[in-house]
Ligand binder design. Structure first.
Ligand code: SF4
Length: 396
C-alpha cells in the first residue's frame, strides 16, 4: 500500500501495512470516505472568498460527482446544499477572522465524517502542514493559486510530496486510479491539501517562516453544523513530527508489527495478511471464540504441541549460539546467552546435601528432621494450586 499523508496515523502506529512486498494490501474507503471525495471535488471548484453560488446552480455538477464516485445514498440536491452551506460558512469565517490581513500560512482539511481528530493530533494535517511550510519556505510553491486582495493567495486541492529525510517538499501530480500518486518516490509522502492560504512573499530574507504553520479542520458532516478548529504547528512540533515520520518510515519492510487498538479492519488494510493476526497462535486467540467441551480439548492439545516445539527450538538456538555467537532479532536486539548464579533450596536439595555429607541412612534421617523443623517453624509454606493437564478419561 502506498504511503500518503492521509495514512500518517496508521504509519505512526504500525509500519507493516506499507511494506511494498505485501500483495493485495490496498487502501480501501468506506461509504463515508467515498462521499467525502465527491464533496471535496465539488467544493474545490469554488473559489473561497467569492460569493457562494445558488444551490440550484450546483446540482448538475453534484450529479456528475456522485456518479463519478459511485455514491448512491445521497441525492445531487443534498450534495449541492451541503457544499453551498459549507462554502458560505467558510467564506464568512474568513471575512470575520480577518486573518488575510495577518499574512499567515494556513492549511485546512475538510472532514465530512464523524468526529475527526483535533488538528494538533491529526498526523495527516501535521504532515501536510510541514509539506506546505517547506514548499513556501523554499520558494517552490507552484500549482493553481488565486490572489486574495494584494497580500494573500489561496489554493484548493494542491498535491504535494514531502521528503522527511531531506526535509523538502515539491508539488506533485494528484492521485490517479486507486488513489495512487504515480510520481511520488519511495522516500516521499504525497498528499493533497484542501485549502492553503499563504501570503505573497516578496522578500525571502524575512523570518516569516520561523513561526511555523497553522493547521485546521473544517468539520462539515452531511447533516450537522460546520465547525472550524485550528492549531499552531511551530518549529519544535514540526521537528518532532518529522523525526517520528523518519523513524516510522525506516521500519517499513523490516517485518516489524506493532499490534494494538488500531488493529481493526476499518483502520488497517493489512489485517488479513498480518502475521500477528493470522499466525496459528493468533488464530487460536481469535476474537469471538466460543468455548466448548471439544474446543478446550483442541486448544489444549495444540498448545501442548507448541510448548514442545518451543522447548525444542530453544534448545537448538542455545546450541547454535554456543557455537556461533549471538543472533540478531528484527527489532535490532541481540539474542545472547548470559550466565548467572542462583541459589535453590528445595526438599530434594536438602536430601541431596545431607546424604552427601552423612551417607544415605543418616542423611535421609537428618533431612526428614530438618524438613519437619522447617515446616513447623513456618519456613515451608503450603498453598493450593490448580493445574490444567490432560488425563485419561475414566468415565466422568
Ligand atoms: S493488524 Fe495491527 S499489527 Fe497487523 S499490520 Fe495492521 S496495525 Fe500492524
Amino acid at each position: 500500500m502506498q504511503l500518503s499523508a492521509s495514512k500518517t496515523d496508521l504509519l505512526l502506529a504500525c509500519s507493516y501495512p506499507f511494506d511494498r512486498r505485501l500483495k493485495g494490501v490496498v487502501s480501501t474507503a468506506g461509504p463515508e470516505a467515498i462521499y467525502g471525495s465527491a464533496f471535496h471535488e465539488l467544493i474545490s471548484t469554488l473559489k473561497p472568498c467569492t460569493p457562494t453560488p445558488a444551490e440550484s446552480k450546483l446540482v448538475k455538477s453534484a450529479k456528475m460527482m456522485l456518479k463519478k464516485w459511485s455514491v448512491v445514498d445521497v441525492t445531487p440536491e443534498e450534495l449541492a446544499s451541503h457544499v453551498a452551506r459549507t462554502h458560505s460558512y467558510v467564506r464568512r469565517w474568513i471575512e470575520r477572522e480577518g486573518f488575510l490581513e495577518e499574512r499567515c500560512l494556513m492549511v485546512f482539511d475538510y472532514k465530512t465524517g464523524a468526529d475527526p481528530a483535533m488538528p494538533k493530533e491529526s498526523g495527516q494535517l501535521k504532515t501536510l502542514g510541514i509539506a506546505v511550510h517547506r514548499l513556501f519556505r523554499d520558494g517552490l510553491a507552484g500549482g493553481r493559486r488565486y490572489l486574495l486582495g494584494k497580500e494573500m493567495t489561496v489554493s484548493c486541492e494542491e498535491s504535494i510530496a514531502y521528503n522527511p529525510w531531506d526535509d523538502a517538499a515539491r508539488n506533485c501530480d494528484g492521485p490517479g486510479e486507486g488513489h495512487i500518486y504515480r510520481d511520488a518516490g519511495e522516500d516521499e509522502i504525497p498528499g493533497t491539501t484542501d485549502l492553503v492560504f499563504a501570503p505573497v512573499i516578496r522578500d525571502r530574507s524575512t523570518n516569516f517562516f520561523d513561526e511555523g504553520v497553522t493547521v485546521g479542520i473544517i468539520h462539515t458532516p452531511l447533516s450537522g453544523m460546520v465547525t472550524i478548529q485550528t492549531a499552531q504547528l511551530g518549529p519544535s512540533g514540526m521537528a518532532e513530527h518529522r523525526k517520528a515520520l523518519r523513524r516510522a518510515m525506516s521500519r517499513i519492510g523490516d517485518d516489524s508489527m506493532r499490534p494494538g487498538g488500531h488493529c481493526t479492519g476499518l483502520y488497517c488494510p493489512a489485517i488479513r495478511v498480518c502475521p500477528s493476526k493470522t499466525s496459528a497462535l493468533a488464530t487460536l486467540q481469535a476474537r469471538g471464540i466460543v468455548w466448548s467441551y471439544e474446543r478446550v480439548g483442541e486448544v489444549h492439545q495444540t498448545l501442548e504441541l507448541y510448548d514442545h516445539l518451543s522447548k525444542q527450538l530453544r534448545a537448538e538456538m542455545r546450541a547454535w549460539i554456543d557455537q556461533n555467537g549471538p543472533g540478531i532479532r528484527r527489532d535490532g536486539k541481540l539474542v545472547v546467552l548470559r550466565k548467572s548464579e542462583r541459589e535453590n533450596l528445595s526438599k530434594a536439595s536438602i536430601e541431596r546435601g545431607l546424604v552427601k555429607l552423612h551417607g544415605p541412612e543418616k542423611g535421609h534421617h537428618k533431612a526428614a528432621k530438618m524438613i519437619e523443623m522447617l515446616r513447623e517453624s513456618g519456613c515451608i509454606e503450603t498453598s493450593e494450586r490448580t493445574e490444567m493437564r490432560a488425563e485419561p478419561d475414566r468415565g466422568r
